[in-house]
Design a protein around this ligand. Structure first.
Ligand code: TNX
Length: 647
C-alpha cells in the first residue's frame, strides 16, 4: 500500500474499522449518478434527498455509478461495506443508516481526491457504540433553530446519531408550551444577555433576552436530524434545575413562593400534573423513544422542610429524601412508559432506589459506568465536558474551568459495558454561537472517533492530521473551529519532572490535605511531578480546612544540606473558590521543633476572572535538614499546590 493510498483512506473521520486496497481506481463524474435499491420508502426518500443535495444525481439502477443497496444481515446495524473499483461504487448495508454512513465515507474520499480518481478499495465498517451523542445546552444561552441545524450538519459528517438538547434549566425555558404560557413569556426570558451577568444579578426572570423554540422550530429540527439518521433526545429537567418553571408557576414549589426554590414539590399533585402535561407536549414534538428527564444535582433541604413532601415520604415509607427522589422519577417514568417511552437520567438519580429497570443512565460524575444494573451512556466530566478550557487558560476566552485539550478527550476509553458516549456542551460561559462552535470543534471529533472506531484503530498522530483537514473544511463552510496548529498545550512545568533536594523525601502533614483532591497522596508534594492548568488533573493537592490553616508540612531532607531556594506554586481560580494563600511562612533548621523563619509573605486577596499561578518562596543561603512550609487563608477557600521545591 502506498503512502498516498493510506493518506486517502485515512481522510475519513471517524476512522473506518477495516480498509483493504485493491488495484486500480475509479474516477467519479462531477455529479455522479446514484441509485438506491431494496430500501423502504422512507430510507429511499431520505437518502435520495440527501444525495441530491450533496452532488449526486439520483437515477435508476442500470446506469448509476454509485449503487446503494440494502441487504438484510450483510452488516451489523448501522454498518456498511463500501466497494470502490471495477464498475464503480457499491455501498451495501443492513439498514438505511449504514448506507448513509457509507455515503459519508464516499463523500470524504471524493472530496479528498479533489477531482482525481479514487483508489480502489473495500471499506468494511460499523460502529463501536450504538449511542454516539452530542449535547447542546440551549437553556443557559438561547440558540436558534438554524444554529442547531448547523451542528446537525457537523454531526452527520462524524457519524454521530443522537442529539441531546438540554432545553430547560434555571437560566431559561426553551420549549414553547400551549398549556403553560408563562413558560414562554416569563421563564424563557431574563434581563441579562449573558448567563454570568444574570447569575451575578440575582437570577431575575422576564426581560429582553432569551426565548423559546416554537413547536414548529423543534419539529423542523427533529425532521432535519431524522433525515440524517440522527435522533433528537429532549431533556426536561426534574425534580431540580427547575427555577425558571417555579418562577413562572410558584405553586409548583414547596413553599409556593417559587423564587429561591429549585425543586418541584414532590408532595404536591400539581407538580405531576404539570410534568404530565409538559411531557404530552414534548412527546408530541419528539418521536424519540428515549426522553431525558434530568435528575441531577437536586438539593434535598427543600423537601425536608416541606410538610407535603414529608407526608409523601411517610405515605410511601420512604426513608430519605433520596428515596423520595427515586419515587418521583419512577412515577414520571411510569407515565413515559404508558406512552411507550423510556427515561434517560443523569447518574445523580441512582441515589436512593434509583430509577426503574427500564431507565438508561447518563454517567457524568466518574470515568467508569456508574452502575452495572442499567445501560450506561458515558459522558464523563473529566473528558467529555467541552465547556472546559481546551488550551492554556490565559490564551482562551473565560471557561467554566478544567483543562481538557483535544488529546485528553481523544485519550478517553469507555468501559466495555458502556452503550454510548456523548460530548456535552454546557453553556454558562458560552454566550455566542461562534464561541459554542469554537468549544465543540475539534474536540467533538475525538468523541465521535472513540464512539465509532475500534480502540485499536485510534492513533493520536494520524487523528491530529485528519483533524487539521476536517477543521479547514469546516472553516471553509463558515464554522468557527479552534486551531490546534497554534495550541500552546499544557503548563510547561507539567511537561517534564523537576529534580530538587526534597524530591523523594518524606513529608509530614501537620495539617491534612483535602481527601477530595489528594493528588498522589503523601508523596505528592515531593515527587518531582508538577501540575497542569487545572487542579482537577490529579497532580495538584488540595487544602480545604475550615480554619485558616491550609498547607503545613515538614520535609525531612535526611541530612543537612546547603539551601538556596524554597518555593511552591499556588493557583487561583476564583469561581470555584480556589485561592492564593494570604500568608506564607517558610522555615528551615536542624531541630524540627525549633526551626528558623526564613521568609514570610503576605498577599492581599484580589478576585479576578483569570486563572493565575504564583510562586511563594525564599532565596538566600542556609544549611538545614528540615524545611517547613506553611500557607494560610483567613478569608477561606481552597488552596492547591503541586510541589514544594527545595534547591
Ligand atoms: C453540572 S452535568 C451540571 C450542569 C452544568 C455543568 C457545568 C450535570 C448533569 N449538571 O448543570 O452546566 O455541570 O459543567
Amino acid at each position: 500500500m502506498t503512502n498516498l493510498l493510506m493518506a486517502l483512506a485515512l481522510a475519513i473521520t471517524p476512522v473506518p474499522n477495516n480498509v483493504v486496497y485493491n488495484n486500480g481506481s475509479v474516477k467519479l463524474a462531477k455529479t455522479p449518478t446514484l441509485s438506491i435499491e431494496s430500501a423502504g420508502a422512507s430510507d429511499s426518500l431520505r437518502l435520495a434527498g440527501y444525495a441530491s443535495e450533496h452532488g449526486f444525481s439520483v437515477t435508476g439502477r442500470k446506469k448509476s455509478s454509485v449503487r446503494l443497496k440494502i441487504v438484510a444481515g450483510s452488516t451489523p446495524e448501522e454498518g456498511y461495506v463500501l466497494k470502490i473499483g471495477g464498475k464503480g461504487v457499491e455501498i451495501t448495508a443492513t439498514d438505511g443508516a449504514g448506507l448513509f454512513y457509507g455515503l459519508q465515507a464516499l463523500m470524504d474520499l471524493r472530496e479528498n481526491a479533489d477531482g482525481k480518481a479514487i483508489p480502489s478499495m473495500t471499506i468494511t465498517d460499523s460502529p463501536r457504540l450504538p449511542y454516539r451523542g452530542m449535547m447542546l445546552d440551549l437553556s443557559r444561552h438561547y440558540r436558534s433553530k438554524e444554529f442547531v441545524m448547523r451542528q446537525i450538519r457537523a454531526m452527520e459528517r462524524l457519524n454521530l446519531n443522537r442529539l441531546h438538547l438540554h432545553l430547560t434549566d434555571a437560566a431559561g425555558w426553551r420549549i414553547e408550551s400551549d398549556k403553560y404560557p408563562r413558560l414562554n413569556s416569563l421563564a424563557a426570558f431574563r434581563p441579562d444577555s449573558t448567563w454570568k451577568a444574570w447569575n451575578e444579578g440575582g437570577n431575575q426572570y422576564g426581560g429582553a433576552y432569551g426565548g423559546v423554540l416554537s413547536k414548529q422550530d423543534l419539529k423542523d429540527i427533529v425532521e432535519y436530524a431524522a433525515d440524517r439518521y440522527i435522533t433528537v433526545i429532549p431533556e426536561v429537567e426534574m425534580p431540580s434545575h427547575s427555577e425558571e418553571v417555579l418562577a413562572a408557576y410558584p405553586m409548583l414549589s414547596c413553599n409556593k413562593k417559587g423564587v429561591g426554590n429549585s425543586n418541584f414539590c414532590a408532595g404536591s399533585e400539581a407538580s405531576f400534573e404539570f410534568i404530565r402535561d409538559i411531557l404530552d407536549e414534548v412527546m408530541e414534538i419528539f418521536p424519540s423513544t428515549q426522553i431525558h428527564i434530568g435528575g441531577d444535582e437536586a438539593p434535598k433541604a427543600q423537601w425536608m422542610e416541606c410538610d407535603a413532601c414529608q407526608a409523601r415520604m411517610a405515605e410511601h415509607d420512604l426513608q430519605s429524601p433520596e428515596h423520595l427522589q427515586s419515587w418521583f422519577i419512577r412515577r414520571v417514568e411510569e407515565y413515559l412508559a404508558s406512552h411507550g417511552r423510556k427515561a434517560i437520567v443523569w447518574d445523580d438519580a441512582l441515589e436512593g432506589d434509583g430509577p426503574s429497570a427500564d431507565a438508561t443512565i447518563m454517567s457524568w460524575k466518574g470515568t467508569e459506568p456508574s452502575s452495572v444494573s442499567y445501560p450506561v451512556i458515558m459522558s464523563p466530566g473529566r473528558y467529555c465536558y467541552l465547556d472546559s478550557y481546551q488550551d492554556a487558560p490565559s490564551s482562551q476566552p473565560e471557561a467554566i474551568g478544567g483543562y481538557t485539550p483535544l488529546d485528553a478527550v481523544y485519550g478517553y476509553e469507555p468501559d466495555s459495558l458502556a452503550v454510548g458516549l456523548q460530548g456535552n456542551l454546557w453553556c454558562e460561559y458560552i454566550p455566542s454561537d461562534s464561541h459554542a462552535e469554537y468549544m465543540l470543534y475539534p474536540r467533538m471529533f475525538a468523541v465521535a472517533e472513540t464512539a465509532w472506531s475500534q480502540p485499536d484503530r485510534k492513533n493520536p498522530e494520524d487523528f491530529r492530521k485528519r483533524v487539521m483537514a476536517e477543521a479547514s473544511r469546516m472553516r471553509n463552510e463558515g464554522y468557527t473551529v479552534f486551531d490546534i496548529s497554534s495550541e500552546i498545550g499544557n503548563r510547561p512545568e507539567a511537561k517534564s519532572s523537576v529534580d530538587h533536594l526534597a524530591r523523594g523525601k518524606k513529608v509530614t502533614y501537620l495539617q491534612p490535605y483535602w481527601k477530595n483532591y489528594p493528588a498522589d497522596g503523601e508523596g505528592s508534594l515531593t515527587d518531582g511531578v508538577r501540575g497542569g492548568w487545572n487542579y482537577s488533573d490529579r497532580l495538584w493537592q488540595g487544602f480545604a480546612q475550615s480554619s485558616p490553616e491550609r498547607v503545613d508540612v515538614l520535609i525531612d531532607l535526611e541530612e543537612q544540606k546547603q539551601l538556596s531556594e524554597i518555593y511552591a506554586t499556588f493557583m487561583q481560580i476564583c469561581q470555584p473558590d480556589v485561592w492564593m494563600p494570604e500568608h506564607v511562612e517558610i522555615y528551615a533548621g536542624d531541630d524540627p521543633d525549633n526551626l528558623t523563619l526564613l521568609n514570610r509573605i503576605d498577599l492581599e486577596r484580589k478576585p479576578d476572572t483569570e486563572v493565575s499561578f504564583r510562586n511563594f518562596g525564599w532565596t538566600g543561603s542556609v544549611s538545614a535538614r528540615y524545611v517547613r512550609y506553611r500557607a494560610t487563608a483567613p478569608s477561606g477557600g481552597v488552596l492547591f499546590t503541586d510541589e514544594i521545591i527545595v534547591k
